[in-house]
Ligand binder design. Structure first.
Ligand SMILES: Cc1cc2nc3c(=O)[nH]c(=O)nc-3n(C[C@H](O)[C@H](O)[C@H](O)COP(=O)(O)OP(=O)(O)OC[C@H]3O[C@@H](n4cnc5c(N)ncnc54)[C@H](O)[C@@H]3O)c2cc1C
Ligand code: FES
Length: 270
């Protein structure tokens, strides 16, 4: 496994995608090591905020040496990040977390890739890395469907099996775009079927995904973007209960920051 490294990344650019949603591109040596579902910890300069903020990798371009992070302003740390401009420097620690097991989506399968709210960004890199046919279902509050065009272009970039039978489906809570409701409503409304599920989103959505996967008897890999503190396995501020004892500690607990954030849905108590 690649060594975690703290590095001063250079801001290539930042733009606003929707109210309170920002799209930050960083130049960093860490870009070449990143896989879908992994994250970096971004350090605010304001020392009163202390801990770094975990943000998922939305896109990684190893050749260009860039990472794209898409985030919602939630509090002081992310508010500070929204002021970053081209040429600024920001400290990041990475690459963190296990990432989505894309190798489980075998040729001939159909994968459901589900993103809800601020869980949508990591689904973009996942869409680029999954080699089989995929149904991408993304859910938003309203018509600010950020990254929707990026998903459509990601599918156009796939030819052969990965492109055939693939599609992007949208759900909005207010019904302004796509299916009215959440990603589960969009799956039902479009009659989508799959052999494997990958998901990132709020906890109620992940619980519904877990139940759906159990009913359909298919594996589901969910990213638990819970609140974190140290981000490197030292503080136990992020543990979740697991079905099986941990291979190292032998207790039925896992640290989301190091053992996750991605888990097989039936393996965790959520
Ligand atoms: C592995 C991982 C990946 C993440 N990826 C992304 C991402 O790609 N884009 C993005 O916008 N956010 C992401 N988050 C959430 C992001 O880390 C938090 O929103 C951020 O740390 C908030 O920092 P802040 O200083 O702005 O807000 P704070 O002042 O720390 O908190 C402001 C409010 O946000 C709530 N909050 C803080 N962290 C979380 C969290 N993890 N989940 C839910 N509510 C939270 C707090 O309870 C509080 O109400 C991710 C979190 C994890 C653990
Ligand atoms: S955040 Fe400290 S152990 Fe996970």
């Amino acid at each position: 496994m690649a060594q975690k490294k703290k590095e001063a990344a250079r801001v290539v650019g930042q733009r606003q995608l929707a109210p309170g949603i920002f799209d930050l591109v960083l130049r960093t040596e860490l870009a070449g090591q990143a896989c879908c579902g992994q994250f970096v910890a971004v350090y605010p300069k304001d020392r009163s905020t202390l801990l770094p903020r975990p943000i998922s990798i939305c896109e990684a371009d190893g050749a260009a040496g860039t990472l794209r992070l898409v985030y919602r302003v939630a509090g002081s740390g992310t508010a500070e990040f929204s002021g970053l401009r081209e040429g600024d420097s920001v400290d990041i620690l990475g690459i963190l977390g296990n990432g989505f097991p894309v190798q489980k989506a075998l040729p001939g399968m159909t994968a459901l890739l589900l993103g809800g709210g601020i869980g949508v960004p990591p689904i973009l890199q996942l869409a680029k890395e999954t080699g089989c046919a995929k149904k991408i279902v993304v859910g938003y509050r309203d018509a600010h469907c950020f990254l929707k065009e990026d998903f459509e272009s990601a599918l156009q970039g796939h030819d052969g099996e990965a492109g055939k039978g693939s599609g992007v489906y949208v759900a909005t809570e207010d019904g302004s775009t796509g299916t009215k409701g959440n990603v589960m409503d969009a799956i039902a409304a479009n009659g989508l079927k799959a052999d494997i599920v990958y998901a990132c989103g709020p906890m109620p959505m992940l619980r519904a995904v877990k139940q759906y996967a159990q009913q359909e008897n298919i594996p589901a890999y969910i990213s638990l973007e819970e609140r974190m503190a140290c981000g490197v396995g030292a503080c136990l501020g992020c543990v979740c209960k697991t079905k099986e004892p941990h291979h190292h500690t032998h207790v039925r607990n896992a640290r989301i920051c190091t053992d996750g954030p991605v888990f097989e849905a039936q393996e965790v108590d959520i």
